[in-house]
Design a protein around this ligand. Structure first.
Ligand code: IPE
Ligand code: IPE
Ligand code: MG
Length: 254
């Protein structure tokens, strides 16, 4: 029996994988520990999954690390998460460079503490010329924030006369989103047994394949990623067409 990794068809990888890294708190509490202990161990999974995606040749990986709504958590947890963020970015930038990974960040950064802004800026600069995996961290991100922000900027450009309201189409909206440089995710994974999107990439996930696993984020490793990719590769993506149409197109292309 070949390994899970060997079963993956590298010609048909999802171009962009997006992950809701959920379950750190429960993972820790189940061990009788503080929630921050779970976040701390979640960093190990981030390292493993980033490496796994880079090794396979996935183009884009978006990780939902902190939502706009997460600011409402108890202050000690928010502070702990921000400290972990700064420490992790500082420590991992060299590894990102070694693996030719380019970092991007999406979200409302005005909310972040100064040292986090500074650490992110340094890491973004230091990885800006890398040409391998695009690693997109969604930090202080929510899709509704992003959409409102895009609509405001479109409206302001209409007021200025740089675009016409009648010309606004899907391409225009795409250009005003914080994900304008990236293709839409093809596979969205959520860990820890919750079946919801929690304000993540609502527009961009329109045709993503959704994969839910009960595995808590700190236990999620490359093997779990391979399982999700294999599941993705076993699905028929129809984009509104019939199965017969999709099959004849696949035969024509092969
Ligand atoms: C995900 O784990 C990490 C963040 C949201 C920052 P949680 O902290 O949501 O863990 P659970 O869902 O409470 O177990
Ligand atoms: C979503 O997880 C946000 C991140 C993983 C960063 P949450 O734990 O905040 O989502 P809900 O509250 O369960 O929907
Ligand atoms: Mg959660």
């Amino acid at each position: 029996m070949s390994s899970l990794k060997e079963q993956i068809d590298t010609e048909r990888l999802p171009r962009h994988i997006a992950i809701i890294m959920d379950g750190n708190g429960r993972w820790a509490q189940e061990k009788g520990k503080d929630r921050l202990y779970g976040h701390f161990h979640g960093v190990e999974s981030v390292r493993d999954i980033v490496e796994g995606c880079a090794e396979l040749g996935v183009g884009y990986l978006t990780l939902y690390a902190f939502s706009t709504e997460n600011w409402d958590r108890p202050a000690y947890e928010v502070t702990g998460l921000m400290e972990l963020l700064v420490e992790t970015i500082r420590k991992e930038t060299a590894t990102l460079n070694k693996n030719n990974i380019k970092l991007h960040v999406i979200g409302d950064h005005s909310m972040l503490p100064e040292n986090a802004k500074q650490a992110l800026k340094e890491s973004l600069d230091m990885t800006s010329t890398n040409t391998g995996l695009h690693l997109i961290m969604a930090l202080s991100y929510s899709s509704r924030w992003e959409l409102v922000n895009a609509v405001q900027r479109i409206a302001s450009d209409v007021e200025l006369g740089t675009i016409k309201a009648a010309d606004v189409n899907q391409d225009t909206l795409q250009r005003y989103l914080s994900t304008s440089e990236f293709p839409d995710p093809e596979l969205m994974i959520r860990t820890s047994g919750e079946y919801r999107i929690s304000n993540f990439l609502l527009y961009q996930l329109a045709y993503a394949e959704l994969y839910f696993t009960p595995v808590r984020w700190p236990d999620f490793r490359k093997e779990n990623l391979y399982e999700a990719i294999l599941d993705f590769q076993g699905r028929e993506r129809r984009f509104g067409k019939t199965s017969a149409q999709v099959k004849s197109e696949t035969n024509l292309n092969s």
